[in-house]
Structures are given as structure tokens and as C-alpha cells.
Ligand binder design. Structure first.
Ligand code: URA
Length: 230
């Protein structure tokens, strides 16, 4: 979708370039990406996004990375602890499992674009640890313009959603991952979509991990095939 029409269809209430406490709204509003299809410019603007309160506790915005015009865009939930510290998506344990699945599907990681529905880490303290918290709907909505901007810049053929938060952002409402996984779907964002589980879910399983990984690889392969990568 061209940038101009993308910007004209959504409500924009926050200037993404505002910085400091003066720009911090009490509740989530909506991000306002600059009118550009340049990923470096979008990444730089997103670094100072204050559209929802998660910027206060996240170390940094973790923007998407990968093939500039990748046929396949992988969308996760939000950066985790590791990603928050390093500033790159899917570089922790879940990312390593995603890498293994891409490798098993013969899809080089640098040929896909990898991002998240929410671009700040949401967490709560437990002792010295930072425990992941699922983002709220208002935080998903606040961040959606960044995902729309990434879609307009990259123009992938297919989106692979990892887990319920990504599916909710991309499909525009609540989606049951177990009922929809692996099937070709169409998103209101104008893209073909495949939904699968989040790799962190597989890592948490106490049994049946290998089988769950094999089905995950099938879903990744299905998305890659739909994108014309195999
Ligand atoms: N989980 C996600 O959803 N995204 C990341 O970048 C890392 C872990």
C-alpha cells in the first residue's frame, strides 16, 4: 500500500519524533510513522516512539530487520529480554528455534524480514529477573502503524504470524492459533497470512517438543512456499 493512503486511513495522535516526558501520554495512543518507505528512516523514527507507555520500561525500540524486499515477513509478539538488551528481534532462545525452523525449511534468515507486533519489551520484575508480560490490545494498536509502515516498505507476499499476539495484530482481531495454524488466510492488511505457534511455546513444552517443532517447521515451510521461496 502506498505510504500516502496508509497514512490517510488511520487516526494519528502522537508525533513519533517527540522525546522526553513532555511527549509521554498517560495511556496508549497511536504511533505516527513518518511518510516514507525507507526502512532506515522508519527505524530511526521508531527509536523515539512514545505512543504507549512501554518505552518507559523497555531499554530500546526493537525494530524489524532482514531482507529489504523479502517475500516473507515473520511477525512475532514483542522483543524478549535478550532482544531488549541487544536491540535486534529474535536473537534469544525463541530466535534460535526460529533459526532452526528456517534452516530446516531451507529458508536463509537474511531472505526474510523479521519483526514484532509490539516493538518494546513488556515485563514485570520477579526478584532480579524481568518476566515477560503479554502486551495489551491498546499496546498492539498503538504499535500497529509501525507494522503497517514495515509492510508498505518491504511489500512481502506473505506474513507468517508467530503466536496469538502477532495473529491478532495482523488479522485485526482475536484469532485461535490452534484452529487456524498452517492454513493460507487473508489479512485486512492486504496480505496472505500463515499463522503458527510462537517458538517460545514450543520451548515451554514439557513433552512432545520434537513433534511440536516438526509441525512448526511444516507451517514455516507452508508460508515459505506461499511466498515463492520454495
Ligand atoms: N519473542 C518474540 O515474539 N519476539 C522476539 O523478538 C523475541 C522473542
Amino acid at each position: 500500500m502506498p505510504t500516502a493512503s496508509r497514512r490517510s486511513t488511520s487516526k494519528r495522535v502522537v508525533d513519533a519524533k517527540l522525546t522526553g516526558s513532555e511527549a509521554a501520554p498517560a495511556a496508549a495512543t497511536v504511533a505516527d510513522p513518518p511518510a516514507t518507505d525507507s526502512l532506515p528512516q522508519l527505524r530511526s523514527a521508531a527509536a523515539s516512539c512514545r505512543a504507549c507507555p512501554l518505552w518507559r520500561t523497555g531499554t530500546q525500540t526493537v525494530f524489524g530487520e532482514g531482507g529489504e524486499h523479502a517475500a516473507l515477513m515473520v511477525v512475532g509478539e514483542q522483543p524478549g529480554d535478550r532482544e531488549d538488551m541487544e536491540g535486534h528481534p529474535f536473537v534469544g532462545p525463541a530466535g534460535r528455534l526460529l533459526d532452526k525452523a528456517l534452516e530446516a525449511s531451507n529458508v536463509p534468515r537474511d531472505e526474510v524480514y523479521i519483526t514484532n507486533a509490539v516493538k518494546h519489551f513488556k515485563w514485570e520484575p520477579r526478584g532480579k529477573r524481568r518476566i515477560h508480560k503479554t502486551p495489551a490490545q491498546r499496546e498492539i494498536e498503538a504499535c500497529l502503524p509501525w507494522l503497517e509502515a514495515e509492510l508498505a516498505a518491504v511489500e512481502p507476499r506473505v506474513i507468517l504470524c508467530l503466536g496469538a499476539t502477532a495473529a491478532r495484530a495482523v488479522m485485526g482481531g482475536k484469532v485461535r492459533v490452534t484452529e487456524t495454524r498452517g492454513q493460507p488466510l487473508h489479512s485486512p492488511l492486504g496480505k496472505e497470512v500463515v499463522i503458527t505457534v510462537h517458538p517460545a511455546y514450543i520451548l515451554r513444552l514439557r513433552s512432545g517438543m520434537e513433534e511440536a517443532f516438526a509441525v512448526f517447521v511444516d507451517d514455516v515451510g507452508q508460508a515459505a512456499k506461499l511466498a515463492g521461496l520454495k
